[in-house]
Design a protein. Structure first.
Length: 124
């Protein structure tokens, strides 16, 4: 019986890689928020003198949102947030600095604003 050929070895390796990729896609990913930090948990706190709030969005707040059904506010003004495909969050204020939770997005916005007021963002 002849030994394994290069073609059979490459075919087996490709099959194994495809199977592993399919299995990885089928396994649900853990939330980017991590354990103990559910994304849908509401928050209301004062951070660096600014009131930040977050909660699951009401039905009328879904019109032009990309926030994954979550609304975030800084001093009562809505901070537009978006959930990325990897589970991280960004805001209109700190768009290039993904964070793990909407609360972290609100805090990052406060840091970036450096005391300036958050202005309402016109919806398209």
């Amino acid at each position: 019986m002849p030994g394994i050929t290069r073609r059979r070895a490459l075919t087996a390796a490709a099959t194994l890689a495809a199977t592993a990729s399919a299995a990885a896609l089928a396994v649900p990913r853990a939330s980017a928020a991590g354990p103990g930090h559910p994304v849908d948990e509401a928050f209301d706190e004062v951070y660096k003198g600014r009131r930040i709030q977050g909660r699951p969005a009401a039905a009328d707040e879904h019109r032009h949102e990309h926030g994954g059904g979550y609304a975030v506010f800084v001093d009562g003004v809505q901070l537009h947030v978006m959930r990325n495909a990897d589970g991280s969050w960004i805001s209109v204020v700190s768009h290039y600095a993904p964070v793990p939770t909407p609360r972290a997005a609100a805090r990052a916005a406060v840091d970036e604003l450096q005391g300036a007021p958050l202005l309402p963002f016109p919806a398209n």
